[in-house]
Write a protein that binds this ligand. Structure first.
Ligand code: F6R
Length: 610
């Protein structure tokens, strides 16, 4: 979603802001802008549509020297992508950047118009700038005015405010959208994502919900939502990431697909004891005690993380014999969910900042779950901080908007958790032993998929002028069909739908004709014979069949059928394995179609608004 960067220092901060924006580019954006107060105490603003380098070029022409500034990459919510809607928004001496949505902005806009404020944009953000301006009275400080306007704003937001008249100060507010403070020596920074500041600091303070921070070069003052001065402990973050390095790959997505064996190895590392029993050092005695009592698991997630949860449901129920429900966070948060007895809330989230998942977690606090457990890829994220316990995926930074290695490492942690629960609750230890064995072998099996990459690339040509694709699977491969369809939609813009194979004759079979490709995930498992009958139904109707399978499944090539034979894989890890060829297929189809693979249109990484 939108990205925020702010800086206050004794050196020129213009390049720091631009580099920060460049580091946020991967999250998707449509325009960017910055405002600084220069050495002559003028408030100067630049805004451009498109990529950050366009803004950088424009700013460079003006040779600006400034010690304080705010900057923004925008992902349009209110008002189309345009220069006038790009942030920062200004009301005379006040400049504001904003991440999130002000729900009552129309009402505020009307009130401000009556006070003769003129609006230059269609955004909800401009009301914040004018509202602050309108509240200033003789002797008021910026922080006092900000405190006055907060109760008037409805919605979720992270904002940073700069006042031309007090260039030694930035004020930040966190209400529903992430904001962090980067600490330097004699300089301080703000951002919506720590990655934006890794070029200047590795020391961060994560603001809590409702915090207001006053930041100068030398000091950070924070008041919490009760208005009480608070100390928030800085955390050192040891992430190193070279943003310019795709290595031998053309896209981050391609790189991240290939990083999966290593990401899975990293996720497994340190999670077995000398007897090969699963251990989670993150879970203390209290957590273990709670987990030993769990009789039901409620999974909440969005998008790809939700698909990981759908796979996990099959595993929890069939292997650990623990009942499990999975729900999309944006639905869960607006129903009246009934908590089952001895139930654990399990959230799955790559970024740890997805607005709907966080809202569902907050809602669950009133529902008396035994505990909340988060599976997440970003240390220090809101989800981790607000959950009772958490388990980290070790995917490393995922840059591509389309999630790949986050998904397979989420599944890895989920399967580890299944094995852990089996032992903790004295369930079928043979399953646990076999899960551990299968997980050990998994990175090696995925390496072998890459030996088939050329074949998958050439298969992609069949889809170059196709508009619709069906994906089908059965059992724990059905969610893999869903995830395969999601990958194809988001990066190639081809309409793709996934169905449980047994569901075809209840409707979707009507779509099958000689122009409809159907991608089938068909490993040799106990549902294979049933799946073969479904394939026959498609075949007799002339559908174009693509089967991803293994040597033992016994498929024989026939007309309108292509068979992609992959290495054999243990049943437990088969869902993690089979998504990889589908990721590759989507990647190569998108490559042929010439879409923006790493930043697909209309999408953003980390959905911090509702
Ligand atoms: C799809 C994708 C999205 C995310 C979804 C949830 O490739 O990346 O569907 O999975 O926005 O994101 P997190 O996991 O950060 O909650």
């Amino acid at each position: 979603m939108c990205g925020i960067v702010g800086a206050i220092a004794q050196r020129n901060i213009v390049k720091i802001l631009i580099e920060g924006l460049r580091r946020l580019e991967y999250r998707g954006y449509d325009s960017s802008g910055l405002a600084v107060i220069n050495d002559k105490k003028n408030l100067i603003r630049f805004r451009e549509i498109g990529q950050v380098h366009i803004l950088a070029k424009e700013v460079e022409k003006h040779n600006i020297v400034s010690n304080v500034g705010i900057a923004h990459t925008r992902w349009a919510t209110h008002g189309k992508p345009s220069k006038k809607n790009a942030h920062p928004h200004i009301s005379e001496y006040i400049a504001v950047v904003h991440n999130g949505i002000i729900e009552n902005y129309q009402e505020l806009r009307e009130q401000l118009k009556k006070q003769q404020y003129i609006f230059n944009s269609e955004t909800d953000t401009e009301v914040i700038a004018h509202l602050i301006h309108s509240e200033f009275k003789e002797g008021y400080t910026l922080i006092e005015v900000v405190k006055l306007i907060i109760p008037k704003l409805k919605g979720a937001y992270g904002i940073v405010i700069m006042d031309r008249r007090t260039p030694d100060l930035l004020v930040a507010v966190r209400y529903g959208s992430p904001l962090i403070i980067g600490l330097g020596i004699g300089e301080n920074f703000l951002a919506s994502d720590q990655l934006a500041l890794l070029h200047v600091t590795h020391h961060f303070i994560y603001l809590n919900e409702g915090d207001i921070a006053e930041i100068t070069c030398k000091k950070v003052n924070i008041v919490d939502k009760q208005g009480i001065n608070v100390e928030r402990k800085p955390i050192k973050v040891d992430i190193q990431y070279n943003f310019d390095n795709k290595g031998i790959y053309n896209h981050y997505m391609q790189k991240e697909i290939h990083e999966q064996p290593l990401a899975i190895k990293n996720t497994l590392h340190g999670r077995f004891d000398q007897n090969n029993n699963v251990i989670f050092t993150e879970l203390d005695k209290k957590a273990q005690n709670i987990l030993s009592k769990v009789e039901h698991i409620q999974i909440i997630a969005c998008g790809t993380s939700y698909n990981a949860g759908m796979v996990a449901r099959y595993w929890f129920e069939s292997l650990a014999i623990i009942s499990c429900d999975v729900e999309i966070a944006s639905e869960y948060r607006y129903r009246k969910p009934i908590r089952r007895k001895n139930s654990l809330l399990l959230t799955i989230c790559q970024s740890g900042e997805t607005a709907d998942t966080l809202a569902a977690l907050r809602l669950s606090k009133n529902l008396n779950y035994l505990a909340s457990l988060a599976i997440c890829n970003v240390l220090g994220s809101s989800l981790i901080r607000e959950s009772d316990f958490s388990l980290m995926t070790k995917a490393g930074i995922e840059i591509s908007v389309a999630s790949t290695k986050a998904f397979t490492t989420q599944l890895t942690v989920l399967l580890l958790l299944v094995a852990y629960l089996i032992r903790l609750q004295n369930k079928n230890i043979l399953f646990e032993r076999n899960i551990v064995k299968a997980l050990y072998n998994l990175p090696f099996h995925i390496e072998n998929i890459f030996l088939q990459e050329k074949n998958i690339k050439s298969l992609a040509k069949d889809f170059s002028s196709i508009n619709n694709v069906l994906f089908i699977g059965r059992g724990d491969q059905f969610p893999i069909a869903v995830e395969g369809a999601l990958k194809l939609k988001e990066i190639s813009y081809i309409h793709a739908e996934a169905y449980p194979a047994g569901e075809l004759k209840h409707g979707p079979l009507a779509l099958v004709d000689t122009n409809m490709p159907v991608i089938i995930i068909a490993p040799n498992n106990k549902l294979l014979e049933k799946l073969k009958s479904n394939i026959e139904e498609i075949h007799t109707r002339g559908g174009l069949i693509y089967i991803f399978t293994d040597k033992n499944a016994g498929f024989i090539n026939s007309k309108n059928m292509k068979i992609i034979v992959l290495p054999n894989i243990e049943e437990f890890t088969a869902p993690i394995f089979y998504i990889v060829p589908l990721q590759l297929l989507s990647y190569y189809i998108a490559l042929i179609k010439g879409t923006n693979i790493d930043q697909p249109r209309n999408l953003a990484k980390s959905v911090t608004v509702e």
